[in-house]
Design a protein around this ligand. Sequence first.
Ligand code: ZN
Length: 85
Amino acid sequence: MNKKCTWIGHGEGCQSHTVENRNYCEEHLWRIYVKGSQLYKRKKDIRTADNVRMWENIFNQAVEELEAEGWDPTTEINFDWEKHE
Ligand SMILES: [Zn+2]
C-alpha cells in the first residue's frame, strides 16, 4: 500500500505516502484534522463530537470545504503534537 497523498493545495500536490486507509499523508491529515475541528466549533458544540465516527464526518466536511476554498495548509498551522497523542 503505497498510495500518494491526494492533497491538492495550490496545485503542487504532495508526494508523501498516505496514512493507512486515508487519502492523505500524516502531515496533511493532521492539518485537516486541526482545521476541521476549528470549522466544527464554529458550527456546533464540539462536545458532541466525542466519537470516531463523528470525527470522520468532520474530516470529510473539512476536506471538501478547505479544498473548495483553496486553503493553503502551510500558512496557518499552530499545532503541538505532544498534546494530541
Ligand atoms: Zn500530504
